[in-house]
Ligand binder design. Sequence first.
Ligand code: ADP
Ligand code: MG
Length: 670
Amino acid sequence: MVKIMNELLQIKGVGETSVQKLHQNHIDSIGDLIHTYPYKYEINSIKSIHEMVMKEEITIEATLEKSSKVMFIRKHLTKIILTVYSDEIHFQVSIFNREFLKNSLLPGNRYVIKGRFQTPLQMVASEIIKKENYIEGIIPVYRLENISSKVYLKWVLEGLKSKASYFTERLPQEVLEKNHLVSIFDFYHIVHSPLSMDDVFLATNRIKYEELIDFFLRLEMMKQLQKRMFVKSKTYQIDKVKKYIDTLPFELTEDQKLVTNEIFRDLKSDRQMNRLLQGDVGSGKTVCAMIASYAVVTASEQVAIMAPTEILAYQHYLVFKDSLEQFGVRISFLSSNVKGKEKAKVLALLKSGEIDIIIGTHSLIQEDVEFKNLGFIVIDEQHRFGVNQRKTLRKKGYTPDVLFMSATPIPRTLAITIFKDMEISSIKALPHGRKPVETVISTFEEMDLVFKRMMDQLDFKHQAYIIVPLIEENDDSKFISIDEFKAIIEANIPDNYVVDYLYGKMKSTEKENVLNRFYQNQTQILVSTTVVEVGVNVPNATFMIILNATKFGLSQLHQLRGRVGRSNHQAYCYLLTDGFYDEESRLDILVKTTDGFKISEADLKFRGPGEIFGNEQTGIPRFKMANFINDKALIESAIEDAKTVMFSSDPKAKSMCKITLASLETYHLD
Ligand code: ADP
Ligand code: MG
């Protein structure tokens, strides 16, 4: 039993039964009452009968001429038929299961009737309300059990009269003004009884903003509290680094220069680097990592480069060797497939400091690997790694600077929430002279034509990828399998072109061989599953066919497509579908743009961040109202404000920080 001295009893119209009902809805105080917002608003407006469209819902006003008796049609089904007129048009209205209306239907009275016309003179009504009881305008709808929205609103309005203490504004004036937010006093009134859709917008905007500012303030304060380890500043030799940059076969882009400077600032600082390098596919992140790695080597510290797949790690190994060995840098490769004596040798050299840069997969930070002097770690394609790498390293006694690289361009607003405590660097522009990949959606029927286009490219001595999603043999779908496809290829490709196949399940030495042959243009066509999705870099490849393209997410297709268009030659990507899927419109964005940010936004709209990044791993907040894509401007503003609020001397800002801090006390800081 709820105690009788409930403050809700002060409200006009609320008796003990109402208190019980409110309690069922978890409303036990005037505060609860006021803070239970409508979940939607209905717009009530009366139309003229002349605006009627058959079978569409309409609300009209009519005068009752007569009503029938309640007719019992069958069990649980009763009907009343009314004869009414509106604007001199006489018609019939049927309403079902409303026998209780019987006594209130009086000829000559005016009623508001909501329903659908089945024939021009016959309407089936869903609601009949006496004209004087009908409220025109925007009606709040609450999600409550056993309490009508109308009654609830009455109580709320009474409650609002009684409780001035709820109107204490908690947001600083500065923040209210900057974001055009309504004051808390106005807010409570318009959220419960808005007069216009503008009011609804103002109310929801304030709810969203409060959600966001609370979240970002928390984030900002967590960042401050997180202990960033002190490390030795790296004494790299800048003239050597400059000389190395001069040997690169290209000029760095402005973005690359900027990012490199940011990384160097971190290397020099006595705080541990924790930086995310974001850049679209092909934007040239690797070279930035290479320059930084070399700098660390000139400071006599070791570097570890980690990639999510063996293929990618091995490719980095080749690229680093090719570029840095001439400067006397000692580079080795390590993966779970390096075994026995060979592995023992690498481990010994790492421990004695005779390897400068070690490149490999996850296994690099596993139990038995010891370094002499690990100073810098680069982690490529971060979101494919678990979040615990850094902790593992710290447990082993290493506090290297860490650079994460990610080719999944996500809106800054989302990046900040996912990569919480990292600094973010971005490469936005592609190297000069790159042409956007020409992208075409095609069907299997047009395969001949697509193959012809591919031959054109091969005749220019270019290479091609064909991407086949992994389809089980016995999958009964219409999708084509790699084996079926082998047969098609063998029938269509002239013998002078060499075709190779790459699967995830292949032995790693085999994979390396396949990729090496492709790098060296010994094979012209690489038929592959999505194992080439991240990172593989063969600039001479200018053509790609993606089979069963509708099977993939947009971001994934963008990554795959990013394997071509890595030189100044025009590249092409054919997205093959079976032509039956209306999902194709989803693929249109890939035809229209090669801007990874736009594509990931579209992907986020279709799938939501959780599905793309995994909720567990990223801790993406689920806001009740705010939305990462639609409320970008508000999010940007809240991120900015969180910083202002944290350092503001405004008493309201201070109080917000104090409350946030208290809520963080229980939070485990690592
Ligand atoms: P991603 O950012 O996708 O990892 P990579 O680092 O693999 O891209 O670079 C893609 C290609 O662009 C490589 O072949 C690289 O040598 C080349 N590249 C990088 N920077 C430049 C530049 N400034 N000008 C021309 N080519 C560049
Ligand atoms: Mg890369």
